[in-house]
Write a protein that binds this ligand. Structure first.
Ligand code: MLT
Length: 413
């Protein structure tokens, strides 16, 4: 089993290596397929080099995919490992379009929730509820059922997301228009009944497609490892992805884009200026945090953030909007990147830093931002769940625990 841990093996020396002593002292284990679902996981899907700022899906650089592909094309790539042929893509797209409708009864589900419900809570619970309509079609070991569930999830999650949005605004739900592309249909479901004659703005549509592609996968982040862990129990795709959505909802994960916009809003309201805010971050003043900066794996500019920043300018220009929050964000980035404090700590803007400004310009309320992240991430979650389930060596996940509590104690008589 030491082949899994070459560092341990080489530092200890192959002949004198005593894994049992090491295990007791440090909590390290030898090969444990349960443990790998939450710790050192092997995957063929996404490659990240955090030092260089490189991100590739199935070997293809993120920049090229974002510039040339559609969301569904990249979804296919992540799930199947190859880019689809034109026929495969057309069939996939057609199948997704055919499954966008939700059962009418699900409308009652939305009516039962308060309009103040956070759209992420609506999304995760609606997904669990959705599974009850397909109880005979979600066997994780049946490839056809897994494929059908994949199509249903890709088709219906955006509709649920749009209804969560409409619900929060007290507005009517629209039926999907399946003559439209995936992204245009989604934009119409969100904004279609706000204009008499709704026409999707192609700049917004392209920017949203790009943002969704950028979010499609990011290897073993908190929500993806949650999906894998839940899926390792034999739970179906609906249950596993609903769990992933809950993991994503936290402000340290997908909720960060929402938090960035709130931070920019506070800086604007306080009138204190960006330089002063940066000083307060450096002094670690209570409650003052620089959101959207730094990343656990990137010690360089997040390659996604570069593309998001370009899209932010394009979207605002096309709408003729001047958002002082974008100016603030750019000023903040510039001041921080020139400051030794941030340089030494290698803190750069991450993917969440500019997304909120774009979503806001598109007309999404702040609480929808993380929902948009979830739609983006869906193909990655599905791809990981399927990769794990196809591996005959997968066992139920169980993080290894190192006990650090009290020794045995006598119960007081
Ligand atoms: C993500 O895309 O999931 C976030 O950047 C968080 C992460 O990768 O850990």
């Amino acid at each position: 089993g030491t082949a899994e841990f070459p560092i341990l093996a080489s530092t200890s020396g192959a002949s004198s290596f005593d894994i049992s002593t090491l295990t007791k002292q440090t909590g390290h284990t030898t090969l444990d397929y349960g443990f790998v679902n939450t710790a050192s996981t092997k995957s063929r899907i996404t490659y990240i080099d955090g030092d260089q700022g490189i991100l590739r899906y199935r070997g293809y650089p993120i920049e090229q995919l974002a510039a040339n592909s559609t969301y569904l094309e990249v979804a296919w790539l992540l799930i199947h490992g190859e880019l689809p042929t034109a026929d495969e893509l057309a069939e996939f797209d057609e199948r997704v379009r055919r499954h966008t409708l939700l059962h009418e009864d699900l409308k009652h589900f939305f009516s039962a929730l308060p309009h103040t419900a956070h759209p992420m809570s609506v999304l995760s619970s609606a997904l669990s509820a959705l599974s009850t309509y397909y109880e005979n079609g979600q066997d994780p070991k049946d490839p056809e059922q897994v494929e059908m569930t994949t199509i249903r999830l890709l088709a219906k999650l955006p509709v649920i997301a749009a209804y969560a949005h409409k619900k929060s605004q007290g507005q009517a739900f629209l039926y999907p228009d399946n003559s439209l592309s995936f992204v245009d249909n989604f934009l119409r479901l969100n904004f279609g009944n706000l204009a008499e004659q709704y026409e999707v703005n192609p700049v917004l549509s392209q920017a949203l497609e790009r943002l969704l592609i950028l979010h499609e996968d990011h290897e073993q982040n908190a929500s993806t490892s949650t999906v894998r862990l839940v899926g390792s129990t034999g739970a179906n795709l609906y249950a596993s992805i609903s769990a992933g959505i809950n993991a994503l909802s936290g402000p340290l994960h997908g909720g960060a884009n929402e938090a960035v916009l709130e931070m920019l809003g506070r800086i604007q309201e306080s009138g204190e200026g960006v330089a002063r805010f940066v000083e307060r971050v450096k002094n670690k003043e209570d409650g003052v945090k620089l959101m959207g900066f730094g990343h656990r794996v990137y010690k360089n500019y997040d390659p996604r953030a570069k593309i998001v920043k370009e899209s932010a300018t394009a979207v605002l220009d096309s709408l003729g909007i001047e958002d002082p929050l974008l100016d603030l964000a750019q000023e903040l980035e510039q001041i921080a990147l020139e400051d030794d404090y941030f340089k030494e700590r290698r803190l750069y803007p991450n993917v969440d830093f500019y997304t909120g400004v774009i979503y806001k310009a598109m007309g999404f309320p702040t609480r929808m931002f993380t929902v948009l992240f979830a739609i983006g991430r869906l193909p990655g979650w599905i791809a990981h769940w399927r990769e794990m389930n196809q591996d005959p060596q997968t066992k139920i996940g169980r993080p290894h625990q190192l006990y650090i509590g009290e020794g045995e104690r006598e119960f007081p008589q």
